[in-house]
Design a protein around this ligand. Structure first.
Ligand SMILES: NC(=O)c1ccc[n+]([C@@H]2O[C@H](COP(=O)([O-])OP(=O)(O)OC[C@H]3O[C@@H](n4cnc5c(N)ncnc54)[C@H](OP(=O)(O)O)[C@@H]3O)[C@@H](O)[C@H]2O)c1
Ligand SMILES: [Zn+2]
Length: 336
């Protein structure tokens, strides 16, 4: 069984603290970032924290937004993800993670190494896991090399003393840096280049507006030197949009980096479509991109016609199907 994709998320002060030394809970990031984290929570199958965080902050670990809960239900999921507490002992039965929100999410208490915990969760159908801390759990998961993506919100605060954000991960690769209200969101990926970018494409698929009938796909176009040239996801600008089509809409067709670039996509590019005249395979050929890495092959819709991958290969494009990503790519398509 493939271990879950692990998204570690934390808010830190400029000087790298997760909290101050006082007993009260310190909320570091602003309302806009808390809402962004809520959207990430809604995109995963389970949220994990250590018992230290339950003792210090007593969080509920629920999706707050009613719209996001409703979207999850529409996608055949529970309103809020499974809640996982790591502890070697019994958790205080009065903790809010156990007493609140039981109608929208279950809570489990687990112990074990990060690998054992991830294997256990995979066995329970968890494909995407969000690790929300605290200091000990982040250090343990980063140190074990099991984190695929790290989202760090840096708040404009100098705390001076308290639990620190630390770990000994592999080299982190920055995929996004942007302001969210007064905070700065830094998104990093770990792992080898193809896995890193395909993971990014699968994360982008989680941003697709829900659709009862169309696929939710994400893609990223990356130059040979690792520069992101464009990203896309299904229905980004219009209800008929395909992910590859919107990404390629954003690239300059004269860019000399395109022949050496790779397009990473969570689903095989379409080779037949009814919604618009130009297929994504054709868009890729028109852009002159030489390499396609995909997570999941499209179930055949039109028997007897060449698939997108076959069309691309026939035109000399290298097509790679990256093993181990199918569950992640299928996740936003669960209702299908
Ligand atoms: N800024 C942020 O984003 C953020 C987010 C979360 C938390 N925090 C802060 O982080 C601080 C808490 O961090 P922390 O390091 O004290 O606690 P923690 O990392 O939340 O939890 C550590 C505890 O988790 C349990 N644990 C960890 N790994 C385990 C494993 N593999 N198997 C079984 N149990 C395991 C142990 O609990 P037992 O002792 O029960 O065995 C351990 O003592 C608080 O100050 C909180 O405010 C900040
Ligand atoms: Zn398409």
């Amino acid at each position: 069984m493939k271990r879950p994709h692990v998204l570690a998320s934390a808010a830190v002060s400029i000087d790298g603290f997760l909290d101050d030394a006082s007993p009260q809970r310190l909320v570091l990031s602003g309302p806009a970032d808390l809402d962004r984290v809520d959207a990430e929570r809604a995109s995963v199958d389970a949220i994990l924290v250590g018992a230290g965080t339950v003792r210090a902050d007593d969080p509920r670990l629920l999706v707050r937004s009613p719209d996001r809960r409703a979207d999850r239900v529409e996608r055949g999921l529970g309103p809020s993800p499974l809640r996982v507490v790591l502890s070697s002992q019994a958790v205080d039965p009065g903790a809010r993670v156990l007493t609140e929100g039981r109608d929208v999410a279950d809570t489990v208490v687990l112990a074990g190494t990060p690998h054992e915990v991830l294997d256990h969760l995979a066995g329970h159908g968890v494909v995407r896991l969000m690790v929300e801390g605290g200091a000990g759990v982040h250090r343990e998961f980063l140190g074990a090399g099991v984190v695929d993506e790290l989202q760090l919100a840096v708040a404009p605060r100098l705390v001076g003393d308290g639990p620190r954000f630390t770990g000994a991960p592999d080299e982190a690769h920055l995929v996004e840096a942007r302001t969210v209200g007064p905070d700065v969101l830094l998104r990093y990926r770990f792992g080898d280049a193809d896995a890193r970018w395909l993971g990014e494409a699968c994360s982008l698929a989680e941003r697709c507006p829900p659709s009862p009938s169309a696929f939710s796909v994400g893609c990223v176009v990356v130059a040979a030197d690792g520069t992101v040239l464009a990203t896309g996801h299904s229905r980004r600008d219009d209800v008929l949009d395909h992910a590859e089509e919107v990404a390629l809409r954003d690239v300059d067709r004269a860019d000399p980096r395109l022949p050496g670039a790779t397009i990473y996509t969570s689903l095989e590019p379409c080779g037949q479509r009814a919604s618009r005249p130009v297929t994504c395979a054709q868009h890729i050929l028109d852009a002159g991109i030489g390499r396609v890495v995909m997570a999941w092959r499209e179930p055949p819709l039109f028997v007897g016609t060449p698939s997108g991958a076959a069309r691309l290969e026939a035109a000399g494009v290298e097509v790679v199907e990256c093993p181990g990503f199918e569950d992640l790519a299928r996740r936003p398509n669960r209702h299908r």
